[in-house]
Design a protein around this ligand. Structure first.
Ligand SMILES: [Zn+2]
Length: 122
């Protein structure tokens, strides 16, 4: 992904907002922070932001689940079953989301269709 100039400008606005948020959280107005402190704070905020961004995108992806999908094993049309809570440890921290499942009675197996593109299910 290449972020456009417009997107970068928007991110700069977000960075300014996050600066205000961090200053408010630190509760040390006027203090001069070391570079290491600035880096640590930035990493803490952006790790959390990255987790939230992934969770938001996953939630959007599964916000309108298909009522049925094609079984990846036998190609039968299989109905939506219960939604399952999911979690994955990423480089930026744990990401959690809820994903629809689909149960194939022929293969006697449940599938997470989103996981075909997200991860490691076989
Ligand atoms: Zn099947």
């Amino acid at each position: 992904m290449t972020i456009s100039a417009q997107g970068r400008n928007r991110l700069k606005e977000v960075a300014r907002d996050l600066t205000k948020l961090v200053d408010c959280e630190k509760k040390q107005p006027g203090r001069i922070f070391t570079f290491a402190e600035l880096e640590d704070d930035s990493i803490e905020v952006t790790d959390l932001l990255a987790q939230m961004l992934m969770e938001e995108r996953l939630a959007q992806q599964f916000s309108v689940p298909e009522p049925s999908v094609c079984c990846p094993k036998c190609q039968s049309q299989i109905p939506r079953d219960v939604d399952e809570p999911r979690a994955m440890q990423t480089d930026r921290g744990e990401v959690t989301w809820t994903e629809p499942t689909y149960e194939c009675s022929t293969c006697r197996r449940a599938f997470f269709p989103g996981e075909l593109s997200v991860g490691d299910r076989s």
